[in-house]
Write a protein that binds this ligand. Sequence first.
Ligand code: NAD
Ligand code: MG
Length: 383
Amino acid sequence: MKKITVLGSTGSIGRSTLDVIARNRGLFKVVALTAGKNIKLFEKQIKAYKPQVVAVADKKTGDALSKKVRGIDILSGPDGIRTVAAYAASDLVISAIVGAAGLMPTIAAIEAGKTVGLANKEALVMAGGIVMRTAAKKKVRIIPVDSEHSAVFQCIGDHKSDQINRIILTASGGPFVNWKRNDLRHITAHDALQHPNWSMGRKISIDSATLMNKGLEVIEACWLFGMPCEKVDVIVHPQSIVHSLVEFRDRSCLAQLSMPDMRGPIAYALSYPQRVKDPIEGLRLEQILTLTFSQPDYKTFPCLSYAYEVIREGGTMPCVLNAANEVAVNAFLQERIRFTHIPAVIRKTIDRHEVRPASSLDAVLEADQWARETAEITITRLR
Ligand code: NAD
Ligand code: MG
């Protein structure tokens, strides 16, 4: 029985993870959970999965929760979440907090020697070098949960990196694929949250609509698979059936296909190197009929090019891109800026940044803070 911790259990990935666990009670047991502020759902999850320890984002939420559930350790705040991430009794930690808040808990899990199922791509964008070095030092395996990276991980199998020509990440293109730049101006948060193929949290849904999600995934792939960004390509594939491909040096390509359902890659991360029986519907290619592929429109969706630019630049630049994006997405969701302002805020912030080596967590967190303040100032001037 594998003992599982889920960080961010009330989110989209967190809920899907618990769903896979509930259907495979003989294989997995939940030992620890963390959530942000949704205590109504968290209380239900605690009662259903009976973890030994839990943590929430802040003390007020922790106090409210302790009035509702008894007989269990309730921790709170960033320290509490890090403590739960490192919980000794756990074998595998699913890291599914959204955004920069996921970085320190992910590192805490790695430092504690836990295998990590990584959904929180922002941790690798902010501090990929530190995360991967710590994992190597602690001999910790990081298993990707992101569907594209799970696909690449499955295709690579035992091949060494010198056998790989390139990685080809597929992108659905989001809800505005094939739209022209002028049409994007009046997009509302409601429009942008309607993803054609996936049901996801709010931040990643907006990231998918701007193609920043694919940009973050390019950076994520560079770190996870030790590839320079010149060897990571993106292709638009609106059906989201081919989850990504790997081209080897003999020009042979392997791809991973399945229905677009995150419970597939989640189940793989939970059960690796085994496979769970039927976590998702089978693929019916005769019903899908066509699979199409095209080049991304880098001009209309510049966030994707910004991601290539910052990973080439290196150091604190990817962290700054990530922080500026989080601030801009938040402002868009709060209807403080337009959809087309998101790339503008990111552009201005990265242009102002004097890059430093991302050699310590302090340097990374300082760049993150600087970028948030700079992006906020840009937003105030836009309005
Ligand atoms: P979500 O918004 O649905 O859930 C986020 C979770 O993090 C929630 O449990 C929330 O309570 C918690 N959280 C938020 N802020 C927190 C804080 N400050 N402290 C502690 N906990 C906090 O997000 P999601 O869609 O599940 O995405 C989670 C991560 O997985 C993201 O990094 C995303 O990019 C990645 N991912 C998601 C999908 C998907 O299909 N949803 C696919 C691939 C990768
Ligand atoms: Mg993805």
